[in-house]
Design a protein around this ligand. Structure first.
Ligand code: MG
Length: 353
């Protein structure tokens, strides 16, 4: 049995206009098109697909992806829709952070913020396996940063990224923090591009970059790659960065569990880094509270030392200097397979320098 486009439209609760559009876009081809009149005819078996296309369009799925989903079995289509939506939520979370950053910045009043300062320590270590140390860090009165270089030009890449960012270690008015962070990352990206351009042949050198900048009672966060920032607040450890790795994307999409990700052979494969190409860093704003303790570290620490142990050291070791030493020791006790740089910083009240 064949249905005319009007009959099929009524049965599928779509409009003939939508059906013509789906045909033109290659999403739902009529069972038959009369060569002379151009009239479209549909089979009742196509109803399900027509409704599915309509739902996917309502979901906001791009046309090319709808085409892929329609070609899949029901189970595979379900997995694909789940993965698509996980991506949308991750993107929305990033934009939500940016929106709250802007709201906070635009509503900031001068001289109403508490005066806070940082007590900090930094430690970097080659580890027990690598021949050189490509990790770099920075800890100053207002800037904390870590970078993990990779590839044959990894060492100058991480060094130049940290160097470009160090200009942020000064007084930045709260209202200018977002632009200052974005400009600094842009400068860092350009510096890294220059460094890796000197050795185009390997094509895979670059660095991660993760930093916190103190402005008034707020901390601006900028993040590209798989270094992490943890916050110890009220005795509880929170991770406030999202790894830009292929494995984390699979976890986000529900295709891999957190436990599987920990031992995944390609867990360090980055989807975002400073490597000479365009990159979109995560930017976020956090309220700093006296008593907060921050840990910034490269993957040489967080992939080797379990989270519970990171938390225990941060809870128990009072002095930042002793804490970073203890953390590096922990990584080396577990074989020290990678370079480590880590920064521990306490938020304290008091006059800023
Ligand atoms: Mg590393």
């Amino acid at each position: 049995m064949e249905l005319t486009i009007g009959e099929f439209a009524r049965a599928s609760r779509l409009t003939p206009k939508a059906l013509r559009l789906y045909d033109e876009l290659g999403l739902l081809t009529p069972a038959r098109t009369d060569p002379r009149s151009g009239y479209r005819f549909y089979s009742p078996a196509q109803l399900d697909q027509a409704r599915l296309v309509a739902w996917l369009r309502r979901l906001g799925m791009p046309l090319a992806r709808i085409r892929q989903v329609c070609a899949l079995s029901r189970a595979d289509a379900a997995a694909e829709v789940r993965a698509y939506w996980a991506g949308v939520e991750a993107d929305t979370a990033t934009r939500r952070d940016l929106a709250s950053f802007l709201v906070a910045q635009l509503s900031e009043r001068e001289n109403t913020t508490m005066t806070l300062a940082l007590r900090y320590a930094l430690r970097t270590d080659r580890g027990l396996v690598r021949e050189s140390n490509q990790d770099r860090g920075y800890a100053g009165d207002r800037l904390l940063a870590v970078a993990d270089g990779f590839g044959s030009r990894g060492e100058p890449a991480s060094a130049s990224a940290i160097d470009a960012l160090s200009a942020l270690d000064g007084v930045i008015p709260a209202g200018e923090l977002l632009n200052a962070l974005a400009d600094a990352v842009h400068r860092a990206g350009t510096a890294v591009a220059d460094v890796v351009a000197a050795n185009r042949d390997d094509g895979c050198s670059g660095t991660t970059l993760t930093a916190l900048v103190l402005s008034g009672s707020r901390l601006g966060l900028v993040h590209v790659g798989d270094a992490r920032v943890y916050l110890l607040r009220g005795g509880e450890l929170f991770r406030i960065t999202h790894d830009h790795t292929a494995v984390q994307s699979l976890v986000d999409e529900g295709r891999l569990t957190e436990e599987e990700a920990v031992s995944h052979p390609r867990r360090s494969l980055l989807v975002r880094a400073l490597n000479g190409r365009d990159v979109r860093p995560d930017l976020a704003l956090h309220d700093a509270l006296p008593g907060d303790r921050y840990l910034l570290c490269t993957d040489g620490l967080h992939t080797v030392v379990p989270r519970e142990e990171l938390a225990a050291v941060l809870r128990e070791v009072v002095e930042p200097e002793d804490a970073v030493e203890r953390l590096v020791e922990s990584a080396n006790e577990r074989g020290g397979p990678d370079n480590v740089v880590c920064v521990v910083a306490d938020v304290v009240t008091g006059p800023q320098i």
